[in-house]
Design a protein around this ligand. Structure first.
Ligand SMILES: [Zn+2]
Length: 244
């Protein structure tokens, strides 16, 4: 392989690798994996909120329980005092008023408690649903990853093969030409090399002036296009192993 042929092949390899990389990126599993990642972020942020709600509710429930315990115990104490001896009418009335006050407090706490228990139950259900959703997303992600591995295996093998060939082809190109190629590749979005076909470069297709044509065909195989400044390959089209 001449250096000129190596440059042409290098460009073919690079264009193939670009195409294969965008094929990989466009595979349907990639889109699904992105959607799964978005869904997971959303559920995780909901989960954080639900967790904080549940913690608050648990605190309220235990405060409610402590108050209930206190007022129920107090009620028993007052009842015991009433039963403990003889009291006059005035004292009985005071006890009754006290007991009524305590009963109202207990009733209010019980009413709040029913609502708290209800809310806590809802928060726990939401938390468990979020966990289930995350588990389902993990499973779906594993399925998509596996499917991507399988469907992309052939493409990934091709990329590895091309990468190996690229190293061997690049070793046949002078460092100076390699540097020109890398710079032109960026500048021309991959199409850094063109070939002279008759007196027309294959990419920019601007017909060469006779003087330029004469100079180019009497110089080296690797030149620069006077118009677009791509690397211009001026090799013999009938060269060995070259049928393009
Ligand atoms: Zn050109």
């Amino acid at each position: 392989m001449t250096e000129a042929q190596a440059l042409v092949r290098l460009q073919e390899i690079d264009l193939d690798m670009l195409r294969l990389a965008s094929t990989l990126a466009a595979m349907p599993q990639q889109k699904k994996l992105q959607a799964i990642a978005r869904a997971r972020r959303k559920v995780e942020s909901e989960q954080t909120k639900i967790y904080a709600q549940r913690k608050d509710l648990e605190t309220y429930v235990s405060e409610n329980q402590a108050d209930l315990d206190h007022y129920r115990a107090r009620t028993e104490e007052v009842k015991a005092e009433v039963a403990s001896g003889s009291h006059n009418y005035r004292q009985i009335q005071d006890y009754e008023a006290h007991l009524t006050g305590l009963a109202k407090k207990v009733e209010k706490l019980e009413h709040n408690r029913a609502q708290l228990d209800d809310d806590l139950e809802k928060a726990k259900r939401a938390e468990s649903n979020a966990n289930l959703t995350l588990k389902r997303l993990d499973e779906e992600e594993a399925v998509q990853k596996k499917s991507f591995e399988t469907d992309s295996a052939q493409i990934r093998r091709k990329i590895v093969t091309l990468d190996g060939e690229r190293k061997s082809v690049a070793s046949q190109i002078l460092p100076e030409h390699m540097a020109n190629y890398e710079a032109a590749r960026k500048r021309f979005k991959g199409l850094a090399v063109e070939r002279l076909v008759g007196n027309v470069p294959s990419v920019c297709r601007v017909k060469l002036q006779p003087a330029s044509f004469h100079d180019l065909t009497h110089g080296g195989d690797v030149a620069e296009c006077p118009y677009c400044h791509r690397i211009l390959i001026v090799d013999d089209p009938y060269a060995e192993g070259d049928d393009k």
